[in-house]
Design a protein around this ligand. Structure first.
Ligand code: HEC
Length: 427
């Protein structure tokens, strides 16, 4: 089927027809590059499939060469440089397809992808839809829209497990097995043998919403959300931070429930897992983003926190001003919204971070359905190096749920009441 489609496309692609830029992209470049982006998940198995792949790479090269034709070039230098990236990547792709060099094709992914994104950032003003205009900042490009409700649930583990040590990506077979196994193991409808186990299991499966799939980025399944350091693990805490964590833990053991301040922020319905940064959890993995010329509002389903991010170039407040969610300021870097957050408190301790946390989040609209979310954690007093998490968010027509944490929730009161009762007994 693919082969047939391809010969038709190649027929359509005759210089005399001189396809429009849009046709060139949609009919030739897009499907042809897909066969390289998805090389690990749609690996050719037969001679026929390899031949079809080779044809695709050749069509890609031909199209790339078409892009550097003088009549296509929009302004000489930058366009030619951008298009040349694609020529280079596609020439390598043709060679790799000829020798059936799977690894070579896989390694080409990044270079090819970069060639698309770079030129689009420069020459595709309507990249993304429903444009929000930039505030007057001298930047001529309109900002893309990242508005809407996005789902960031995923089965991909935060850190890479021993099982995938040294393997940043799962193969298709590994991914399918991992998904099936994780869904089976996490099934909260298996209530356990005893009444205690049943109660301890809390809600049943209906209430969970972890997602059913691993994250897919460029057609591949990363084995962890942490992508840097390369081992896919959060780097160790500094010695001083380990000491502080040990002191906090000792204090908690000695004073588990003297007052509400001794309990976790989650139990107190103050902050949890709404970020920043945002991370997939067992449920409430939606975020709704609103955008206008001066601000972006990041509204999380979890705990209904709305983060208002000014885009006006104003600075962070002075250091003594500290907030639970830090202070976020945004700016457009080409098609990417970059949100810089500082002024955290020492109370939230995201993975051991402290008040010196400097968080940089990047939101990039990849296509109609995908928003790529990436963040880098830099906190020299907490971590031995900075680290980065990367995950795709998917557009949904669903709406965010309401959120209730305090309502009808007697947990905190009962924990404190229990602690007082225990003290009386000990006296
Ligand atoms: C040298 C510049 C350049 C390169 C390289 C490039 N593109 Fe494009 N692309 C464009 C321009 C310009 C448009 C807008 C076309 C128009 O509407 O006139 C576009 C549009 C598109 C569209 C949308 C077309 C539409 O009508 O909505 C797709 C899909 C696309 N490109 C895919 C790709 C892929 C995949 C790659 C990389 C393998 C790539 N492009 C590389 C310049 C480029």
């Amino acid at each position: 089927m693919r082969t047939l489609t391809w010969s038709l496309l190649l027929l359509a692609f005759q210089p005399s027809h001189s396809p429009t830029m849009s046709d060139l992209m949609v009919k030739i470049i897009y499907p042809a590059s897909d066969s390289i982006f998805y090389i690990t998940t749609r690996t050719p198995g037969t001679d026929g499939e390899w031949a079809a792949l080779q044809k695709n790479t050749e069509a890609l090269e031909q199209a790339a060469r078409e892009l550097i034709e003088p009549r296509r070039a929009r302004d000489r230098e930058r366009w030619l440089a951008d298009a040349q990236l694609m020529v280079d990547a596609s020439v390598k792709a043709v060679a790799a397809a000829k020798t059936r060099d799977l690894k070579g094709l896989e390694d080409l992914n990044d270079a090819l992808y970069t060639s698309c994104v770079q030129c689009h950032q420069h020459y595709r003003p309507n990249y993304g839809r429903g444009l929000a205009q930039q505030p007057a900042s001298g930047n001529q490009h309109p900002a893309p829209s990242i508005e809407g409700v996005w789902n960031f649930s995923t089965l991909t583990p935060f850190e890479r497990s021993q099982e995938f040590s040294g393997k940043p990506y799962m193969t298709d077979a590994e991914a399918a097995a991992f998904e099936a196994r994780t869904i089976e193991q996490g099934n909260r409808d298996r209530r356990g043998a005893s009444p205690e186990a049943d109660v301890g299991g809390a809600y049943n499966e209906f209430w969970f919403d972890r997602g059913l799939r691993l994250a897919t980025i460029n057609g591949r399944h990363p084995s962890s959300l942490v992508v840097d350091p390369p081992d896919g693990r959060v780097p160790p805490l500094t010695a001083a931070a380990q000491q502080r964590a040990a002191t906090r833990a000792a204090e908690r053991r000695q004073h588990p429930a003297d007052g509400p301040e001794d309990r976790s922020l989650g139990e107190r319905c103050l902050t949890f897992n709404a970020g920043p940064p945002m991370n997939p959890g067992p449920y409430n993995n939606y975020v709704q983003i609103f955008q206008n010329a001066g601000r972006v509002i990041i509204f999380n389903e979890m705990i209904h926190d709305a983060r208002v991010v000014p885009l006006d170039g104003s600075p962070h407040p002075p250091a003594p001003i500290r907030r639970w969610q830090g202070d976020s300021r945004g700016r457009w870097d080409g098609q990417t919204l970059v949100v810089d957050t500082t002024n955290f408190t020492d109370k939230t301790n995201f993975r051991g971070a402290d008040q010196n946390l400097h968080l940089v989040e990047r939101f990039t609209r990849i296509d109609a359905k995908t928003l790529h979310y990436e963040y880098t954690v830099d906190d020299p007093t907490a971590f031995t190096r900075s680290w980065t998490v990367s995950l795709p968010m998917t557009k949904t027509d669903d709406r965010v749920f309401e959120y209730a944490c305090h309502e009808g929730n007697y947990a905190l009161e009962n924990i404190l009441r229990g602690a007082r009762a225990e003290e009386k007994e000990k006296r």
